[in-house]
Write a protein that binds this ligand. Structure first.
Ligand code: NAP
Length: 301
């Protein structure tokens, strides 16, 4: 059953979620970046792996269709990095071809070992992404954090970067990442979090709330681990209570219904995944009790 806009507003208000009107379909749910109040749809596109090389038109075509469909449905957030092979260039080229830069919120990262190397890499990112302004620039995996944050803050002050952040996806970095979060002022952090990988919820997600940092979630499917764990299994009855028609929507709604999480950036390189995954940015969200049942379900597999 479709939810009405009124039901959607009532059902999402408790989690601090705000529905917004999206193009061509029902509202995509958004959440704010605490430092500015700017709202972003809760599902974005991650570009590691599948966007890393696309030298032929046959390889670019499905990626172009993915981004076209994403933007058509009201999606905005694109996450990339210079370490994802040629992904910045592939994504930048497709966005320019499609003429959709102004509709998107483009995020990339810097991963370098000193200030000069970082500055050079950052300059390359602007070129490859074919844009004068990058919405979010993050320090990748705590590499040379102090120098790179200094580079990024200079660019933010100059108006070339809108938000500054930092990312990790390794448990082994969590203690250092927490210390960095306590020390630094950041707009956004990005961390791994998934129904079967909940370690960041112990300390990092609550700390982000305390420090008023937006949280972007990487690896929301644990790469494809969650699909393998549930392959061939029917959706539990409770999936209908949160308007989920697929496992992908179940996994993503678990992630984005955490009160600290602003958005998730699942890797998607097929238009059909866009339709599926953006379904997790519509309809009802799990409350705390249902989130617990979801955890018990996955832990029992
Ligand atoms: N430290 C960091 O900053 C860091 C680290 C890791 C990742 N990231 C970011 O996080 C993003 C996400 O990570 P990820 O792509 O490695 O892992 P992921 O999002 O957990 O999994 C993505 C994979 O799930 C499958 N998938 C996606 N949508 C699906 C759907 N609706 N139905 C069935 N299968 C679906 C696809 O597999 P197939 O393509 O095989 O079908 C896709 O490649 C990255 O792209 C990157 O932007 C950042």
């Amino acid at each position: 059953m479709d939810v009405t806009r009124r039901q959607l507003v009532a059902g999402t208000a408790a989690a601090g979620l705000v529905p917004s009107i999206a193009v061509a379909q029902a509202a995509l749910i958004t959440k704010p970046i605490p430092s500015s109040g700017e709202h972003l749809p809760v599902i974005g596109v991650g570009t590691a792996r599948r966007y890393e090389a696309a030298p032929t038109e046959a390889e670019r075509q499905p990626l172009r269709e993915t981004l076209r469909r994403f933007q058509q449905l009201g999606g905005r957030v694109i996450d990339t990095a210079p370490s994802y092979g040629d992904a910045e260039n592939v994504v930048g080229g497709l966005i320019a071809e499609l003429g959709i830069r102004q509709n998107l919120f483009v995020a990339t990262k810097v991963g370098a070992d000193n200030k000069a190397e970082g500055a050079a890499q950052i300059a390359e990112s602007f070129k490859k992404l074919r844009t004068d302004k990058i919405d979010l620039f993050s320090v990748h995996n705590l590499r040379d954090t102090a120098n790179q944050l200094s580079n990024l803050r200079d660019l933010k002050a100059a108006g070339r970067i809108r938000y500054v952040g930092a990312t990790t996806s390794f448990d082994g970095q969590y203690a250092d990442f927490e210390a960095m979060m306590r020390r630094e002022t950041l707009d956004v952090i990005q961390v791994d979090y998934a129904l079967d990988n909940r370690g960041s919820a112990d300390r990092i997600l609550p700390l982000a709330q305390e420090r008023r940092m937006a949280v972007w979630v990487n690896l929301p499917f644990g790469r494809s681990r969650l699909f393998q764990a549930t392959q061939g299994k029917p959706l539990p009855d409770w999936a209908a209570e949160i308007d989920c028609k697929t496992w992908a929507q179940v996994f993503l709604k678990y992630v984005v219904s955490h009160p600290a999480v602003t958005c998730a950036v699942p890797g998607m390189a097929q238009a059909r995944y866009v339709d599926d995954n953006l379904g997790a940015a519509r309809g009802r969200m799990p409350d705390a009790a249902l989130r617990r049942r979801m955890e018990q379900f996955i832990d029992s597999l």
